[in-house]
Design a protein around this ligand. Structure first.
Ligand code: FES
Length: 112
């Protein structure tokens, strides 16, 4: 989850916590965008659901700890930062996540 001073003001509900089990991810629509919502041991993270390589759906990738591997060609990203693990040349936009009770909310816009 993000520090409070980084939080954008507008959030939208995307799922109930129980819908995304620990160690899994789920694609969620936010307007015309789609985000991948990850549950890492009960902590939620959200990234744009589009791999910067060729657009693979990273919500369908393999999640191991905080690392997700794209299902198409194996690029790997840290779900906490959106950064590629192999270097600085690629990253995925990330979204702030808030949990209120059992509901998960994601920022309408990516965070810097
Ligand atoms: S589209 Fe993700 S690694 Fe190629």
């Amino acid at each position: 989850m993000m520090q409070s001073d980084e939080l954008p003001s507008e959030f939208v509900r995307v799922a109930s916590a129980a819908e995304v089990r620990p160690g899994t991810a789920r694609a969620c629509a936010i307007g015309e965008r789609e985000v991948a919502l990850f549950n890492v041991d009960g902590e939620f993270f959200a990234l744009e659901n589009t791999c910067p390589h060729q657009g693979g759906p990273i919500a369908d990738g393999t999640l191991e700890g905080t690392l997700v591997t794209c299902p198409w060609h194996g690029w790997c990203f840290d779900v906490r930062t959106g950064k590629m693990t192999l270097g600085e040349f690629a990253s995925i936009d990330r979204y702030a996540v808030r949990q209120a009770g059992r509901e998960i909310y994601v920022s309408l816009e990516p965070v810097a």
